[in-house]
Design a protein around this ligand. Structure first.
Ligand code: PLP
Length: 412
């Protein structure tokens, strides 16, 4: 009889399903090791560099041994103040940099640790789905119960939140929001946030708003901050990130702003877990906020152009696509003929045959099945190339009987 292994994980590990993107990533890496040129529209990992002035500042500060010491865990005071100034400038929201702002090791870390501070066994968290996985699993890991609410429109989503709160005992403790939304690219208006705050007060739940794509907006659209709504600060916090706006994804710098008590709780948890962010990165972050508005605008314009190339290419393939107004992704329903195959199988076939990586909708939960998420993180030339390779691969799949014949316009 086989002896039972000494290695036994905690029960909470059983609640974490296999990471579906892991399979795609593994296949991508194996192909690349074999020398294949995989065009990666899978992960939202920016390819463009951080602003030059920010990198220069990092290099300068790194030479100062003072920056090599443990940093201030809650974030340098000057960075917290700069974040507050940016909120005043961009949203007309006045924040106390000492009490209402906290720096985090990217927003994903902050959000995860915040769930440990707010959520525990017996608590229910409402999360729109499909979802960026940590929006669900931060609460699951913390021991909470998650109710997934189909995203539909933000207005419909809030109607369902209201319905659930009326019928559920005990009532949900937290609502997780994320606009511009990953993966669906849904947007919130200030009215949506106003309604969310009003529901939070009525049903006494807290709100965490993930604002990672605050500045990646197109066609003149401006994404509102949750904190612009009067009373938002009474019920919740907002997370921001340097990863997308400033192409600093690998630097790991983000922040949490809003309700003072929640910020204090997050600081307490983080005080046990970590020592904060390398000071040189924090100082470079101050330069980003202070001097790089033009860089951010330029970067958003680059994403917009890539979006246009990708969306018109998908239309030529006969796909029904709605160009997003914000974010780094095109969220597109698979054509009817391809849907029976499932998004995972299609993504794997596309990778195998066409050397194009895309994120299957099922990776964001079953509500995402039938969809694909394509990230705007390759240049226009490579996006065109990806579209040609997609066309060829789909043609092959149809020829081999994996899908019925499909009408596609000639590739450009
Ligand atoms: C909605 C959303 N929130 C948070 C993150 C992670 O941001 P950060 O790099 O600040 O941890 C991402 C990254 O893809 C994201 O899509």
């Amino acid at each position: 009889m086989k002896e039972e292994s000494i290695i036994r994980f905690a029960d909470r590990m059983n609640q974490l399903p296999p990471y579906l993107f892991g399979m795609i990533n593994k296949m991508k890496m194996e192909k690349r090791w074999r020398g294949d040129d995989v065009i990666d529209l899978g992960m939202g990992n920016p390819i463009d560099p951080a602003p030059e002035t920010v990198t220069e500042k990092l290099c300068e500060v790194v030479r100062d041994p003072k920056s090599h010491r443990y940093p201030v865990a809650t974030g340098l005071r000057n960075l917290r103040r700069e974040i507050a100034k940016a909120y005043e400038r961009d949203y007309g929201v006045t924040l106390d940099g000492d009490r209402e702002v906290l720096c985090t090791i990217g927003s994903k870390e902050g959000l995860s640790h915040l769930c440990l501070a707010l959520v525990g066994p017996g608590d229910t968290v409402l999360v729109p789905a499909p979802a960026f996985p940590i929006h669900i699993y931060a609460a699951v890991i913390a021991g909470g119960q998650v109710i997934r609410i189909p995203m539909a429109s933000p207005e419909e989503l809030l109607r369902r939140v209201d319905d659930i709160c009326r019928s559920l005992v005990p009532k949900p403790k937290l609502l997780m929001l994320n606009f511009p939304h990953n993966p669906t690219a849904e947007l919130a208006t200030l009215d949506v946030f106003r309604e969310a705050v009003s529901l939070a007060k009525k049903h006494r739940f807290m709100i965490v708003h993930d604002f990672a794509y605050s500045k990646i907006t197109f066609d003149g659209y401006r994404a509102p901050s949750f904190l612009e709504v009067p009373g938002a600060r009474d019920v919740g916090v907002e997370f921001g990130s340097f990863s997308k706006s400033y192409n600093m994804a690998g630097w790991r710098l983000g922040y949490c702003v809003g309700n003072e008590e929640i910020i204090r709780g997050l600081a307490q948890i983080k005080g046990y877990y970590d020592y904060g962010i390398f000071s040189a990165i924090q100082i470079a972050g101050i330069v980003a906020l202070r001097d790089c508005e033009e860089d951010v605008r330029r970067q958003a314009a680059i994403y917009q152009q890539r979006r246009d190339v990708l969306c018109s290419g998908l239309e030529r393939l006969g796909w029904d696509v709605t160009p997003p107004k914000a974010g780094m992704f095109v969220w597109v329903r698979m054509p009817e003929a391809l849907r029976p195959m499932g998004s995972m199988k299609f993504a794997l076939e596309l990778m195998e045959r066409g050397n194009v990586a895309v994120a299957p909708g099922i990776g964001f939960g079953e509500e995402g099945e039938g969809y694909l998420r394509l990230a705007l993180v390759e240049n226009e030339h490579r996006i065109r190339q990806a579209l040609r390779q997609m066309r060829r691969s789909i043609q092959e799949m149809c020829d081999e009987g994996l899908a019925p014949p499909m009408k596609m316009a000639a590739a450009r």
